[in-house]
Design a protein around this ligand. Structure first.
Ligand SMILES: N[C@@H](CCC(=O)N[C@@H](CS)C(=O)NCC(=O)O)C(=O)O
Length: 207
């Protein structure tokens, strides 16, 4: 029996960063993808009524995407090389959550949850939020000698932010055109062989 069960919908969303950490570390896990039709029966079984959820072999269930990713990142060595890098990786994840909240009118229109006009939301919400967030990312990349966000190497912050970018680029291929340094970083993370293999073998729902 695998030591970990990972529950999420059949998409990348807030969950794939954890699947990517399993792939990078070569750790076996049960990748349980719940279909939307089955969700009402599953919802009451989840500690906070939402997914993703990580279940340990003890039966303990850990909710909240970033808490799960941070837990796995610590276990597998992708939480930051030093305490300071780890604190800043957490800070970037918190900043990512703020960015994700800001772009919701665009993101939710794109996935059909909101009826907003996607082109209008792109101009009104996505572009200003992108410019603010990528300016911050750019500062970290300038200071880092590894080509990742931190000199000590790849962290779960690189994975999470790039995975969300993967979706935004699929929707708008010019997303990074004004940001060549960030594009180079994205391509470096995207090109990690374990990540490529994981993405290519996953059922692709586009987001
Ligand atoms: N802050 C939570 C948000 C979780 C969340 O919004 N999960 C969605 C899927 S991405 C969900 O479970 N939706 C079904 C529901 O709320 O019933 C996290 O980061 O894990």
């Amino acid at each position: 029996m695998a030591e970990y069960k990972f529950y999420y919908f059949n998409g990348r969303g807030l969950g794939d960063v954890s699947r990517q950490l399993f792939a990078l570390s070569g750790t076996k896990y049960e990748d349980i993808r719940i279909e939307h039709a089955d969700w009402p029966a599953q919802k009451p079984k989840m500690p906070f009524g939402q997914m993703p959820v990580l279940e340990l072999s003890s039966g303990l269930q850990i909710p909240q995407s970033m808490a799960i990713a941070r837990y796995l990142a610590k276990k597998f060595g992708y939480a930051g090389k030093t305490d300071e890098e780890a604190a800043l990786a957490d800070a970037l994840i918190d900043q990512f959550k703020d960015f994700y909240a800001e772009i919701k009118p665009y993101y939710y229109a794109k996935i059909g949850v909101l009826q907003n006009d996607t082109e209008e939301e792109k101009k009104k919400t996505l572009i200003p939020a992108r410019d603010k967030f990528l300016t911050i990312i750019g500062k970290f990349l300038k200071l880092s000698i590894s080509g990742f966000l931190f000199s000590g190497g790849l962290t779960y912050a690189d994975l999470m932010i790039c995975d969300n970018m993967r979706t935004l680029i699929a929707w708008w291929p010019e997303y990074l055109n004004e940001y060549p340094d960030i594009k180079a970083w994205y391509q470096k993370v995207d090109g990690i062989p374990e990540i490529r293999k994981h993405l290519e073998s996953s059922p692709d729902k586009g987001f």
